[in-house]
Design a protein around this ligand. Structure first.
Ligand SMILES: [Zn+2]
Length: 486
């Protein structure tokens, strides 16, 4: 019997916090870092008799996120009540667009394991409100032997987009590429900052296995992943677990499992998901979106990162790897484009940002948005290097000096005792003469034609550069030496 093979079939659900100052159905602040239960009101608490009012800013953010996923916008969508009880949901239901969402289907492109582009279809994106949060702590002493849980409703009613994919993902690696690409595109759209460390992106995965003997395993929903790493590990764990069961001839049970990041395992969920009955939210009218509104929002969409990277490669000659690196962070790419706009040569500017600017940002633990070195100033500096007024080494010295002392380029050049424009002609020929005098054997070898690979010539150039304390221009030195040894 030939060996059995297994193909993972994976769908991913993502929750993203949309960027908005106020909540989905009330005007409370979305600042969830505020002291517990300070950004709440009767509406987001769900007290009886209160009426929700839809925040149109969030609708616009939902549209932008939808465009980023290549989705269309539905002219009419609805809100529903997903009823269930949990202490972080005082009104007993969550308001969600689950069944008639704001967007139609879309897709995200990723690479399969052979490096070919494939589409992960996005079934839809819908808007919904978040629930409160529970904080568990050890006993506070009031109830002997009992642990205590505290509820904070600051998060209750903050706006979320839930993004549901088709089961097109075939590996944990593909899953990570899918969520990474999706996140970057959503950030570019302006719909959300998707700060992972602030819990603005959470994942659930539906994992099942198809066996080469025709058997299909049941679908297992894995919940509670809050990072790319957790998503990857959880999927890898489930694939292994289900494969093992199927190899042993056992059934994979359809169930919900929770990912335990500390233990690195999934285990059956103790919470029964019992909100299978939805009713239309009676307090909210249908959401109608006009074509004019859709067009207006679409016009706001910036160039997406992959398109931008292609442009850097094809129109500016930036190496692919550097282009991908720059466009990974929209602010970094914007900084690069500001340099190019100010007159910097694209390839030189791209490399400088990639190496020198990034080095400083890492050392100082800064984001590019907090970097005070203006693109125009960096352009001035790299242009001086480009024109040979400064050697590359000098350019870096000047850059570091400017950062450390907050001074202008000219002041840094002065303080570092650098003579811009290299070493004056006379001085250079004096240096070359001295170097040749000190190395007669090398000179002899070159003259007799033994230095076929030019190694000795390079050696002399190195000595001259060193004598000039790095101030001579390499090109001039090379030419002058070539002339002198003729
Ligand atoms: Zn409120």
């Amino acid at each position: 019997m030939s060996e059995l093979t297994f193909t993972p079939v994976i769908g991913i659900e993502i929750h993203i916090r949309l960027k908005s100052d106020s909540k989905l159905f009330c005007s409370c602040s979305t600042n969830t870092d505020a002291p517990a239960n300070t950004n709440i009101c009767p509406v987001c608490m769900g007290l009886p008799g209160t009426l929700p009012r839809l925040n149109h800013r969030v609708v616009e953010q939902g549209m932008l996120a939808g465009f980023a996923l290549n989705c269309g916008i539905r002219p009419k969508s609805l809100f529903f009540r997903k009823s269930y009880f949990y202490p972080d949901l005082p009104k007993g239901h969550q308001v969600s667009q689950c069944d008639l969402p704001i967007t139609t289907s879309g897709y995200i492109e990723v690479h399969d394991d052979n490096g070919n582009l494939k589409k992960i279809r996005v079934h839809h994106l819908h808007l919904e409100e978040d629930v409160g949060s529970l904080h568990h702590s050890a006993s506070d002493g009031r109830l002997e032997g009992a642990d205590t849980s505290y509820v904070d409703y600051n998060r209750s009613g903050t706006p979320l987009a839930e993004i549901v994919s088709e089961p097109d993902v075939a590996s944990a690696r593909e899953a990570v590429e899918y969520v990474t690409t999706l996140r970057r595109r959503v950030i570019y759209s302006g719909a959300s900052d998707v700060e992972l460390e602030k819990g603005m992106m959470r994942f659930d995965a539906n994992v099942s296995m198809k066996c080469s003997d025709g058997r299909w395993g049941k679908k297992v929903e894995v919940k509670n992943m809050n990072s790319f790493k957790a998503l990857e590990r959880a999927i890898e764990f489930e694939i292994k677990r289900q494969k093992k069961l199927m190899l042993a001839g056992e059934d994979v049970m359809q169930e919900t499992r929770h990912w335990n990041d500390a233990k690195g395992i999934t285990s059956p969920s103790r919470v029964k998901e019992s909100y299978r009955k939805f009713i239309v939210e009676p307090d909210l009218p249908p959401l109608y979106i006009s074509q004019e509104w859709i067009d207006r929002m679409r016009a706001k969409m910036p160039e997406m990162p992959d398109v931008r990277a292609d442009r850097y490669v094809n129109e500016m000659g930036v190496p692919r790897e550097v282009a991908d690196f720059l466009t990974d962070d929209k602010n970094l790419a914007d900084y690069f484009e500001a340099c190019v706009k100010a007159g910097a040569k694209p390839v030189r500017a791209a490399h400088w940002i990639r190496t020198e600017v990034l080095r400083v940002l890492n050392e100082k633990q800064l984001k590019i948005s907090d970097f005070h070195f203006k693109p125009e100033v960096l352009t001035d500096l790299v242009t001086r290097v480009d024109e040979g007024k400064l050697s590359t080494t000098q350019g870096k010295e000047v850059f570091d000096y400017m950062i450390a002392n907050s001074v202008s380029i000219d002041d840094a050049v002065k303080s570092l005792n650098i003579t811009e424009g290299g070493v004056a002609g006379n001085a250079l020929s004096e240096i070359i003469e001295a170097v040749l005098k000190a190395n007669p054997d090398v000179l002899e070898e070159i003259k007799s034609g033994k230095d076929k690979k030019g190694k000795k010539l390079k050696f002399l150039q190195g000595l001259v550069m060193k004598e000039s304390k790095g101030q001579a221009k390499p090109q001039e030195v090379a030419e002058a030496i070539a002339e002198a040894v003729k």
